[in-house]
Design a protein around this ligand. Structure first.
Ligand code: MN
Ligand code: MN
Length: 308
């Protein structure tokens, strides 16, 4: 799809018809928020250690700051780092997460959350829902995470999408990479009307188009373990890095938030999965910038006319 030319510096855009951020519908600020908790993991601990590891990969001299579309953080848009939330793995953590997302949305920044285990997506989406209403969700994962509860824990990292759907936080849930559906979770798929894109014969164009507001949740175990060894649950037969990048590149809808979860640095090999997570941060952020904010229909139309 068309998009504005990259801004020459943050806050100083070239004369390309995209006169101001407000007029053009350009998103300028993505806010990174670390959620270091793995208290709801069912098998191994480790994802609580992930956010600083992802940041180190993101800012490493090993790579640069460009997404594949050419947008660079710090040049074309602001990647604001809010650091890690002071989570204590006790009551009150969910409120700390929702407050941080609320603060980002209120400031006009798009939250991009670094897990942590996948249980964090539930409080994140509670706050996203408060700002944007029911969203569409693209969920990339080996697992549907739809158990009513696992090991007696309804907040398990295997259950966030059951909580999200029960609470009406999403009007649509599209799952990609799923290859572990058992009878209980098939029943939950039917109950919540989840759209599961089959992993067998997968191609990126099998993923349907989305409408705003869209939220993207990426569990790194959706990738094949050969691409992402640093996860707690190795599930062979998964997505390639290129397939996921192609799925992200096809998203045209404005994105109101995202998370990258389940990196387990204790299982990683030479930082491969950390670097993958950092690349996903760059690609998601650039896609958020290019697709613009959710806007009233007349504003969005004007923005599209300015940026053919
Ligand atoms: Mn998973
Ligand atoms: Mn998951």
């Amino acid at each position: 799809m068309g998009a504005c030319a990259p801004l020459d510096t943050v806050g100083n855009e070239p004369d390309n018809g995209c006169s101001t951020a407000e007029d053009s519908g350009v998103v300028r600020t993505i806010r990174l928020i670390g959620a270091p908790t793995d208290i709801n993991s069912s098998f191994l601990r480790g994802p609580a250690k992930a956010p600083p590891v992802i940041r180190a990969a993101l800012y490493s001299d090993m790579g640069n700051r460009a997404a594949e579309c050419g947008l660079e953080f710090g040049r074309d848009y602001l990647l604001e780092d809010a650091g890690d939330l002071p989570l204590s793995e006790a009551a009150g953590d969910d409120e700390r997460i929702t407050a941080a997302i609320h603060a980002a949305c209120s400031a006009g920044a798009v939250p991009l959350v670094l897990g942590g285990d996948h249980a964090i997506s539930y409080p994140v989406l509670q706050a996203i829902h408060a700002h944007h209403g029911a969203v569409e969700i693209l969920h990339i994962d080996a697992h549907p995470d739809l158990y009513h509860a696992l090991d007696g824990n309804p907040r398990s990292h295997a259950s966030p999408f059951a909580r999200i759907m029960e609470a009406g936080l999403a009007r649509r849930l599209v799952q990609v990479g799923i290859r572990t559906l058992n009878a209980e979770q098939r029943a939950q798929v039917a109950r919540f009307g989840v759209e599961v894109v089959p992993m067998r014969d997968f191609t990126p164009d099998a993923v349907p188009p989305f409408a705003a507001p869209l939220y993207v949740s990426i569990d790194l175990d959706g990738f094949d373990p050969a691409c992402a060894p640093g996860v707690s649950h190795h599930e062979p037969g998964g997505l390639t890095t290129r397939q996921v990048l192609d799925v992200l590149a096809r998203i045209a809808a404005p994105i109101v938030g995202a998370d990258v979860v389940e990196l387990n640095p204790l299982r990683d090999l030479n930082g491969m999965t950390a670097m993958l997570a950092a690349k996903l941060v760059k690609e998601l952020a650039a896609r958020m910038v290019r697709n613009g904010p959710v806007a009233a229909p007349d504003t969005r139309k004007r923005a599209m006319a300015n940026c053919p």
